[in-house]
Design a protein around this ligand. Structure first.
Ligand SMILES: Cc1ncc(C[n+]2csc(CCOP(=O)(O)OP(=O)(O)O)c2C)c(N)n1
Length: 407
């Protein structure tokens, strides 16, 4: 079995770039939260081709680490040794697109051959799609598109998707997905306008793609990049400052990215990262780049609620989550920046559409609740467990768990 789990192609130096496109198994991180799937020996990959930077998902990293992969090929632009789990067996450095083209040409007829059933990678993609479709009604309902939701639900039923009773998606995930869908829809519309085929999955002609004005999404570290990595099926050109995952200087870096992106840039950032770089708002007002700053305000470091430290009530709050009840409205107005506050998906959709149409700097603050986010995340994991279990039973009996890597 050949299985490449890392399907999002990106290049990394300090700044990471993820190319636009549709991801084959976008909900892989949720599926891997189901332990029987993450530890099923018959699903362990023989070969991994890892293109670009350090993985965002800890679940994927530990899954690959415990899988005792025979061949782990790292394809990257630079020669830095980013291999914290010591899994890499082969390295290719150089022009990544050229390396991938050579790799594909080398695979030739093997790659062209129809995959042998049951192919775990295809099953994983199908499970991700099934989960996505099962969640779609909740997503669409959140976006107040009931008619489309019904059609999607009917389609999901026809495909045998798992049931997600009353699942409410975390508001932060809805926001990230909405931003991606608007930015990629704009990309498709631009391709249409230039004579491309348009529609889902269409990239238009190569010439059109080269000329197409591209909108950029800059994501901050902590939860924003995780919402993107683990829950967004289709993403625009994405930039982020990974490095040591710092939450400092994000706003200033995004302003730089926006200056280089005439078609417009959106920044998805948490409240603490925004506070770390608050004087960036002055620069934003002064330089007036085409940048929409979307602040996900969950009143502190939301990521710590998902980490083991959350179990230690004596230190978790206020020392780790650093809670506050601040809002960014007054400081934005003080700098003369357009500002909108949203508390739900529909409100965000309205404010974000207006901000994009403004074609200048603006801030949209979304108030979310850490505990609600966590509850919604748990419901998502449960739904993912059902999809994963369905995938496992379709593939036959569960073989023993992966044994830990022996040294
Ligand atoms: C410069 C810097 N200081 C501290 C940290 C440690 N840290 C990692 S995530 C995080 C919380 C980030 O909060 P926020 O930006 O609001 O994002 P959220 O976790 O809510 O998604 C902190 C303080 C860091 N990564 N970088």
């Amino acid at each position: 079995m050949c299985m490449c789990m890392h399907m999002c192609m990106h290049m990394c130096m300090h700044m990471c770039m993820s190319l636009p496109g549709a991801h084959l198994a976008p909900l892989y991180d949720l599926l891997l939260s189901h332990r029987p799937l993450a530890t099923a020996a018959h699903l362990a990959p023989d070969v991994v081709v890892h293109v670009g930077a350090r993985l965002v998902s800890k679940r994927l990293a530990s899954y690959l680490e415990s899988s005792s992969v025979g061949t782990y090929l790292m394809v990257e632009e630079h020669g830095d040794r980013a291999d914290p789990s010591h899994c890499v067996t082969h390295r290719l450095h150089g022009d990544v697109p050229a390396l991938l083209a050579a790799l594909a040409a080398g695979l030739g007829p093997v790659a062209a051959a129809p995959p042998m059933p049951p192919n775990p990678l295809l099953r994983l993609c199908a499970a991700s799609r099934a989960l996505e479709r099962a969640l779609e009604p909740a997503l669409l309902a959140a976006a107040a598109a009931a008619a489309a939701a019904e059609a999607e639900a009917a389609e999901a039923k026809a495909e045998g998707a798992v049931a997600v009773e009353g699942a409410a998606l975390p508001l932060e995930v809805c926001v990230a997905r909405h931003v991606c869908s608007l930015l990629t829809a704009a990309e498709v519309a631009a391709a249409d306008g230039e004579g491309g085929e348009g529609g889902e999955g269409s990239e238009g002609s190569e010439g059109a793609a080269a000329e197409r004005p591209e909108r950029v999404l800059f994501v901050s570290n902590s939860l924003p990049i995780r919402h993107l990595d683990g829950a967004c099926a289709r993403t625009p050109l994405v930039l982020s400052s990974r490095g040591a995952s710092g939450i400092d200087g994000i706003l200033h870096t995004a302003i730089g990215a926006a200056i280089g992106t005439p078609a417009g840039c959106t920044l998805l950032i948490g409240d603490l990262a925004s506070m770390h770089d608050l004087n960036g708002l002055a620069l934003l007002a002064q330089l007036k780049p085409n940048l929409v700053v979307v602040i996900l305000n969950n009143s502190g470091g939301g990521i710590f609620r998902y980490l083991p430290i959350a179990e230690h009530a004596d230190v978790y709050s206020p020392y780790f989550d650093t809670p506050h009840s601040l809002r960014f409205g007054q400081v934005c107005r003080g700098f003369g920046l357009p500002y909108e506050l949203a508390t739900d998906t529909a409100g965000f959709a309205r404010a974000y559409a207006a901000a994009l149409a403004g074609r200048g700097p603006s801030v949209v603050e979304v108030i979310t609740d850490k505990e609600e986010n966590l509850r919604a995340r748990d419901a998502l994991c449960e739904a993912a467990g059902t999809a994963a279990q369905q995938m496992l039973s379709e593939m036959g009996e569960i073989v023993p768990e992966i044994a830990p890597r022996g040294d």
